[in-house]
Write a protein that binds this ligand. Structure first.
Ligand code: ZN
Length: 409
């Protein structure tokens, strides 16, 4: 619930996981704000009663401690923050590995702190397991952890019971330790301790939307949107966005998705949004309701099967909308305010100038990730407008920012 309040100070909103729902799980989201606290919480519901109850207990505990101890900033120009987010791995169909991150900012601490809490649960036997239960050689693990601790000037002589805070993926085992309010981690290569190929099949990693993505609603925002892809230029465009800590929204065609499945996963894992742009670019307003549903549903299914993500927005082909289209889908129809005319201009500098000279806070910009010159234009536009103070966010994030700003008036 976003409460109305008088807007006195600059507010940092941490958006997390809100728009990237995975199908295998449910995500609980709590957002709360008033004049002195900002709380954003996401946690997973795995379907296992014991594990889910323990996750809820942990999150509630963090929430209560925060509300009782850390709320109310002593400096008038800032507010306390609690942000909880998570990642989630499934190991060999048997184990669920969950990590909960809690970011706490308060005048009780000089610097914000991030706490790490992990769970490794054997869902076949309905019990928690320690890392020593799953690694091939626990002694080697302890020895290696000790060596690393000594190098960090930390106390060694660990036994395995202390190694209960860890997160495993295909590449790394990350073990978390804390002293006072500080957490530190040790990273070991997974392959040295687990035969991932042979005995663990593969570890499936599911990540929440990029953790602690910080958007300042008091500063200008823009949503770049790309239609008609993916194409051979799309990956490059995502690279450019990543280099600039920027995100965009890609309205893709279902019939191109399988050819670029890696690109789609890269897109979503980099914090971008995927929207639906029909299966093969049919003029949707000239189709029957059944045909429209077929165009959209097929595309939803393909995106879901590749990325696990189900889009919630669509861009009508040719920007054409009628009641039949509106009534044939639950997806939100997204148009644009600024047209790059990239298909016509065919020149990166002209495209960049046109956009840079015409954008305003809150605009949605139409481009196509199917042209080389558009990719080149993104290289110019994104750093230039970031310098001018703009933040590049996804369409769904833009919707949330607009909602937040409306609530504030
Ligand atoms: Zn199109």
């Amino acid at each position: 619930m976003l409460k109305k309040f008088i807007f006195l100070v600059t507010l940092i909103l941490i958006l997390c996981g809100c728009s990237q729902k995975k199908d295998f799980e449910e995500i609980k989201t709590v957002v709360e704000e008033n004049k002195d606290v900002l709380i954003g919480i996401n946690y997973p519901v795995t379907g296992n009663k014991i594990l889910d109850q323990d996750i809820i207990n942990y999150v509630e505990n963090k929430y209560n401690i925060f509300k009782n101890k850390y709320r109310g900033f002593k400096l008038l120009l800032d507010k306390s923050e609690l942000n909880i987010d998570y990642d989630y791995n499934i190991i060999n169909d048997k184990y669920i590995n969950v990590i909960i991150y809690a970011y706490i900012k308060s005048s009780n601490f000089i610097n914000p702190i991030i706490e790490y809490k992990t769970f490794l649960f054997n869902k076949k036997e309905n019990k928690y397991v320690n890392i020593k239960d799953i690694v091939s050689d626990p002694k080697k693990l302890i020895y290696d952890v000790n060596s690393k601790l000594v190098k960090l000037n930390k106390k060694a002589n660990l036994n395995t019971t202390i190694l209960n805070n860890f997160f495993i993926d295909n590449n790394n085992i990350t073990l978390y330790f804390h002293e006072k309010n500080n957490y530190y981690s040790i990273i070991l290569p997974t392959n040295d301790y687990l035969d991932v190929e042979a005995s663990f099949n593969k570890i499936e990693s599911y990540y929440a939307k990029s953790v602690n993505k910080i958007i300042d609603p008091s500063k200008p925002v823009l949503a770049l949107t790309f239609d008609d892809g993916p194409s051979k230029y799309t990956k490059k465009i995502i690279d450019i966005l990543n280099e600039n800590d920027a995100n965009a929204t890609f309205f893709i065609l279902g019939n191109k998705a399988n050819i670029y499945s890696d690109t789609l996963n890269y897109m979503i894992n980099s914090g971008n949004e995927i929207g639906n742009h029909s299966y093969n670019h049919k003029w949707l307003t000239k189709l029957t309701s059944e045909e429209i549903k077929d165009q959209l549903n097929k595309t939803q299914e393909i995106i879901k099967s590749i990325t696990g993500y189900t889009p919630i927005i669509m861009r009508p082909t040719y920007g054409s909308i009628n009641d039949n289209l509106r009534n044939s889908s639950n997806l939100q129809l997204i148009m644009w305010n600024v047209d790059s005319n990239d298909w016509k201009l065919k020149n990166s500098k002209k495209i960049a100038n046109r956009i840079i000279n015409s954008v305003n806070d809150g605009d949605i910009i139409l481009m196509h990730d199917t042209y080389n010159w558009t990719m080149e234009a993104v290289k110019i536009i994104v750093p230039k407008l970031i310098k001018e103070g703009y933040q590049f966010i996804t369409v769904s994030e833009l919707n949330e920012i607009k909602l937040l700003r409306n609530n504030r008036q």
